[in-house]
Ligand binder design. Sequence first.
Ligand code: ATP
Ligand code: MG
Length: 816
Amino acid sequence: GSGYVERLVEGLNPQQRKAVEHRGGPLLIVAGAGSGKTSVLTRRIAYLLAAGGAHPGQILAITFTNKAAAEMRERVADLVGPEASRMWVATFHSICVRILRAQYELVPGRNSNFSIYDGDDARRLLGIIAKEQGLDVKKYTPRYLANSISNHKNELVSPERAMDIAMEDGDRNAQTIAAVYIEYAARLRSANAFDFDDLIGETVDLLRNNPPVAEYYRRRFRHVMVDEYQDTNHAQYVLVRTIVGGGASEQGKEEPEFSVPPSELCVVGDADQSIYAFRGATIRNIEDFEQDFPNAETILLEQNYRSTQTILSAANAVISRNEGRRPKNLWTASDEGSAITAYVADNEHDEARFVAGEVDRLVDSGDLNYSDIAVFYRTNNSSRVLEDIFIRLGIPYKVVGGLRFYERKEVRDAVAYLRILLNPEDTVSLRRIINTPRRGIGDKAEQAVVAHADVRQIGFGSALRDAAEGKVSGLGPRAVKSIAAFVEMTDGLRGRLEGDGHAAGEGSLPDIGDLLDAVLDASGYRDALQGSNDPQDGTRLDNLEELVGVAREFSSEAALRRSADEVPGESGGEDALDAELDEGLAVPGSLEAFLERVSLVADADEIPEDDAGEVTLMTLHTAKGLEFPAVFLVGWEDGLFPHMRALGDPAELAEERRLAYVGITRARQRLYISRAMLRSTYGQPMTNPPSRFFGEIPDSVVEWEREEPQRSSFIDSDYSAPRRFGQDSGGFGGIGAAGAGGSRFGGGSSRGIPKAAPKKPALELELGDRVNHDKYGLGKVVAVEGSGTTARARIDFGDYGTVQLMLIGGVPMTKL
Ligand code: ATP
Ligand code: MG
């Protein structure tokens, strides 16, 4: 009844309510962090379903990560019930995969079993091409080529067009890139593969080249919603526009006439949180929304519901330093809250200890769980030090992104095996594992097969078959035998897949875990690792077993889902299956579905859903859209954050500042910001000046747990007991908070290694020496590196773990 509908807009402020109830023309909601943009989208969906006469199948909501999609789906389901499951709530990439799979017949040169190449696959292929084309691989690195090509794809520039432009401009470098791009596109096609960017670009092409298909999706998706619109790139923008229809016509392109009126579009974003320019995202999409979509309306939200006044003041102060932005008036009705805690650590270990100590304190106080706490850093490699201390102190944590499970070599190898079972022409995957583990198919043999494929104009997989039959010249009998064995092995595995009715989508699907198990055995992969005496191979084996576990779980979940779908009385499971197939969904539990999931795990998706209480560690980039009661921002040092490469570039610096804004605004109640004076980068200790963003936060909202010592030796402080706020804050090194006016970060008279004379002479240690450390206890030297002021030793302190210490005077440690 209307009471129910009324409940859906309950508690919203007038602008939010207006956005939820808005019907008709395109709607843009621009607003600062934590003002309820995502919440409004969610409520809007629920409202459309409950009061707007919309069916779940008519909803298309696009989020930035799969995790965000899952959350949104869940919240809508909470509001309107389980029928919500027929909505499409997904990332751009997932949506495009679904469309491409459903419409593969219209995609030239691909079939429905296409592989999805992620960044690493793409770079591998580009490395191969660069070598073949005789390029200077120091200049044309795979990464550089990948970025250049990605930029083209994000702008929807085809390989041929890229070449035309490069020729017109007479730009040799651009011509080289375009030549690689042309070859790369051809290789992807012959491998029946798409890279991440293609998923978007090919879908755009598909819809543009097939107006009835575009019309079909427009008819279907009457309501389109996009979260984090500031981070869409041009290709994504065109995709949205093509689905919705009714956009202003693009230069030089005729917008065809359709019988279906434009869908209702609602996008939300915040230009101050645009942090993906390096992936081609452009806030132009927000700025030009009103031109792009005639009759568009814009709603501003100004009340922040997430953070305390203190946190908001800090965020506003920092972002206001960016030039050329639209000023915002973000306010909150909530209390001032606690001051922001700032901490200057001696080095990264000290910083990690500080974080760990505060985490313990927050949890011990009973106010927060571990899962309420997050630590954000600028670059992935900052996680390790934190992990070390968390492990030592028994603090449960999870790392999002970073050394991601699915990026490990052995995991990728195993996935490559699975891919070739499904897609026998998947060149990159084939070449990845053809001699892994070693089976006597060397580089030369591989090249002979490549040459054969080239001459015959066939795929690498077909060429391998020819090789197995002795039809490839330049192959010795041993290579032929090995290749024949390889082909036979993969055929056998493939038979397993098909024999179970997999391809037909009928009967029982093979358990992917069992399949993977068989792959590891048949390929000799498991044996090779088991027989190795490299300790790392043990870890690799563990990872593979974990992957088998992941696959098993995947299959049994799917089986459960299927049996739930087949409950008597419900419409036949077959129909449901057909419907899903029509929609481009891989058969649940199938190998396609598994590989799709593996390929599409975006950074933020590594969070296991059962977070029973773990601290979350992640980069600032992955933190977008999330919120936590307590947030630690670590490594606020110029050169680290802002990133080194941004220091001399105002545009990049502005982007880093937006990243700072994103970081600060993730916090609800407590915010901690820290930096280290000395930090090891690639094994070398570096002294880093404070981040300039630190100085942009008003002193009035900061409380110092520990400031930079001005004169005394930082060496002593390294080993003093952890300082707690309230105990001796301000007392450190004799400089009280009353000291410097203005920013206490920027002063920096004594940044770097203090010049004060050490109180004790430096310890001279050798491998095998025994030591006694005041804090860590008895230890044994396991490595010594450097000399003079950079001398350092790794010392195994038993239960405490192995610790690296600078061998400078003042270390509270004696040689035994
Ligand atoms: P971001 O820019 O970081 O993505 P956002 O604008 O999407 O933020 P939300 O995540 O939707 O903001 O909301 C921030 C917090 O405010 C959430 O905890 C949400 O539940 C809460 N919130 C939003 N609107 C209201 C409201 N009208 N009343 C109470 N709480 C609200
Ligand atoms: Mg949001």
